[in-house]
Design a protein around this ligand. Structure first.
Ligand SMILES: Nc1ncnc2c1ncn2[C@@H]1O[C@H](COP(=O)(O)OP(=O)(O)OP(=O)(O)O)[C@@H](O)[C@H]1O
Length: 299
């Protein structure tokens, strides 16, 4: 870990909308150079946190800092260090892709930015679209431009809010290769995603938030180990799953198990509860299982 100030620091951050506590005292530091994942179910508060980080929403209390700069008090310095790829597509339909990127460069005082713009276009598969009007692009291509736009000033901290929601496999692949390269070159990456396999593959550390609170914060590997080594999957044909034993989704049940003896215990508990099961399957736990277990526990 470096001795620099944290790339991102949420310091006892609260955000209240009327009676609704969207963010409830989040304290979280993301180190310089980290690849960090922010996970949580719908409505957990992820976008609110990112919107406070981007300086678009003011915290009710607490502070958000980027490399030590308070996003409210030192807004210009914080903004310069941040590149945020938002969830929604926001664009001006009258400009070409290259014009959009040149204008964005201008906001940050970069006049001769074409070499970097060309590199962004190339890495995001946009070279052939460079002179097309934004309105003529498909949704996936527009999303690529949003990514390029966020990176035009080579921000130290790259924030991606659900960047691959609804985009094709090809972009997901090339986007991740590019972002991983930027991370290897020292950029900090903060990612929110619903694709848990993506978070598992990319993020070194993960915070899970639920109801505006951090319910888990650990290295990805440690999270995977802490919760379960394997998962027993089956279909429940008869009976009710004993309280607290596992999670049921779409008729399939997932039980976290730690070793062979635990499998025996769990099966015995099911028998005792009068459960009849089918299509039994045992596999290594992944982040999705951890996630379900955590979300279940925090309910
Ligand atoms: N502008 C707003 N006014 C009122 N309530 C809001 C506003 N923005 C968010 N909320 C509420 O704050 C809570 C957290 O929402 P947020 O969008 O941060 O969740 P999320 O984790 O990003 O969810 P998703 O995965 O669905 O994007 C929700 O209860 C939401 O309804």
């Amino acid at each position: 870990m470096s001795s620099n100030p944290p790339a991102v620091s949420f310091d006892r951050v609260v955000k209240q909308y009327g009676q609704n506590l969207a963010v409830d005292g989040v304290a979280l530091d993301i180190a310089d150079g980290e690849f960090f994942g922010l996970l949580g179910p719908n409505g957990a508060g992820k976008t609110t946190l990112i919107s406070m980080l981007a300086g678009l929403t003011r915290p009710t209390s607490g502070h958000v800092r980027v490399a030590g700069f308070d996003v409210q008090r030192d807004a210009a310095a914080a903004r310069r260090l941040l590149g945020v790829v938002p969830q929604e597509l926001v664009f001006d339909p009258f400009f070409t892709v290259r014009q959009v990127l040149r204008i964005q460069s201008g906001y940050f005082g970069f006049r001769q930015n074409d070499p970097w713009i060309d590199e962004l276009l190339h890495n995001l598969g946009l070279t052939a679209q460079a002179d097309k009007n934004m309105r003529a692009l498909s949704g996936g291509m527009k999303r690529r431009v949003m990514v390029a736009q966020a990176l035009v000033h080579r921000p130290q901290v790259i924030v991606l809010d659900e960047p691959t929601a609804g985009v094709d496999v090809e972009l997901r692949q090339s986007l991740w290769e590019f972002i991983a390269r930027l991370n290897a070159e020292g950029h900090t990456v903060l990612l929110t995603t619903h694709y848990l396999e993506e978070a598992e593959a990319l993020c070194k550390r993960i915070a899970v938030i639920k109801g505006g609170k951090v319910v888990a914060l650990d290295r990805t590997e440690a999270l995977l180990q802490r919760f379960a080594s394997s998962v027993l999957y089956f279909r429940l044909l008869q009976g009710r799953l004993p309280e607290g034993l596992g999670a049921e989704q779409g008729g399939r049940v997932a039980l976290a198990v730690r070793g062979a003896q635990d499998v025996e215990h769990k099966l015995a508990a099911l028998r005792q509860a009068g459960c009849e099961i089918d299509e039994l399957e045992l596999r290594r736990a992944d982040l999705e299982d951890v996630f379900l277990e955590l979300i279940g526990a925090a309910r």
